[in-house]
Design a protein around this ligand. Structure first.
Ligand SMILES: NC(=O)C1=CN([C@@H]2O[C@H](COP(=O)(O)OP(=O)(O)OC[C@H]3O[C@@H](n4cnc5c(N)ncnc54)[C@H](O)[C@@H]3O)[C@@H](O)[C@H]2O)[C@@H](O)CC1
Ligand SMILES: Nc1ncnc2c1ncn2[C@@H]1O[C@H](COP(=O)(O)OP(=O)(O)O)[C@@H](O)[C@H]1O
Ligand SMILES: [Mg+2]
Length: 274
């Protein structure tokens, strides 16, 4: 296992080309946020917008529309009960699952609509639904972001067995599509097709609801915009950025709120752009 270091940031984060426009930095579609979990998609979207995604749309329960607009007027909204097929196909990056609750119908419709060029990030409730209903993974570039219990549900590898990387590698090989696995925990591990990395920064100041929703949004923003880097590198840089900002904040704070991490993204990223 390789340590994930700060070097990944200068490798991935690039100075913006002068003639760029919003389309240069990708279209992200976030799908999730049932009534109980509206906050999850707000945190996804705050992270994706602050990470620099060109256009961000949130497909969610209409009850969340006003809250999303008041927090983040940069984001667009769509009713997730409407026909999603065309919408899904018009985006570069799809992030599905944070606060998706029990909406298996929406997950199946999305997985069926995606095509191989798209990046699909599967988080939160979507992972639990895949496990419960034995769904095939979407035929796309796939990133999954489970915490240890979600990974146990999805892969059958128990939390105790997860300490042995060979079990996790084997489980990934059994997928119908090869994923990039972000296995979240204290010292998160990232399984890419070529290597396994361990994050050696971050800490218990991050142990708070919404922290994973925020990471998923940063991954979406980086995947949308840093497409010249490999998808693996974009994911690695996002994982490092999330905890590096949290650690900076923790120098003077007891806890680091997910929404604060998102607010710091533009300032933090500027230091590494070259
Ligand atoms: N404000 C919001 O709207 C929030 C919505 N959320 C959404 O709530 C849904 C349910 O997710 P949850 O993760 O809360 O519930 P889950 O039931 O999926 O997972 C929590 C269970 O996993 C266990 N566990 C074991 N190892 C763990 C680890 N390393 N990290 C986290 N849990 C571990 C916990 O003890 C607990 O029993 C997801 O869709 C998620 O995106 C959460 O992100 C919390 C905030
Ligand atoms: N003690 C800790 N040290 C480092 N990182 C942590 C710690 N506790 C939680 N995290 C990080 O917080 C995030 C939690 O993700 P997740 O459980 O999916 O949160 P949520 O679903 O509530 O948004 C992960 O990125 C995880 O690595
Ligand atoms: Mg989560």
């Amino acid at each position: 296992m390789k340590p994930l270091t700060e070097n990944i940031l200068t490798k991935v984060i690039k100075k913006r080309p002068t003639h760029a426009y919003k389309g240069t930095f990708g279209r992200v579609l976030i799908i999730g946020g049932t009534l109980q979990y509206g906050g999850a998609v707000i945190m996804n979207a705050l992270a994706a917008v602050n990470a620099g995604a060109g256009l961000v749309t949130v497909a969610t329960d209409p009850a969340n529309f006003t809250a999303i607009h008041s927090q983040l007027p940069e984001a667009m909204v769509v009713d997730f009960n409407s026909d999603l097929i065309e919408l899904v196909q018009h985006h570069d990056v799809i992030l599905i699952g944070s606060g998706l609750g029990d909406r298996l119908d929406i997950l199946k419709e999305t997985f069926a609509a995606v095509y191989p060029k798209q990046v699909v990030i599967v988080d939160g409730s979507a992972l639990t639904l895949v496990a419960e209903h034995h769904l095939d993974w979407p035929k796309s570039q796939l990133v999954i972001t489970p915490h240890q219990m979600e990974w146990q549900r999805v892969s059958g590898v128990s939390i105790a067995q997860q300490a042995f990387e060979a079990f996790n590698v084997l489980a990934c090989a059994n997928f119908n599509v090869r994923p990039i696995l972000v296995l979240k925990q204290f010292h998160t591990q990232i399984y890419t097709p070529n290597d396994i990395y361990e994050l050696n920064i971050g800490g218990p100041h991050q142990a708070m609801g919404g922290m994973g929703d925020t990471l998923a949004g940063i991954i979406a923003g980086f995947a949308a915009q840093f497409f010249l880097a490999s998808l693996s590198d974009a994911v690695l840089a996002a994982v490092y950025t999330h905890s590096a900002i949290a650690d900076e904040l923790a120098q003077t704070q007891y806890i680091t709120r997910p929404t604060e991490i998102s607010q710091q993204l533009p300032r933090f990223m500027k230091k590494y752009a070259n």
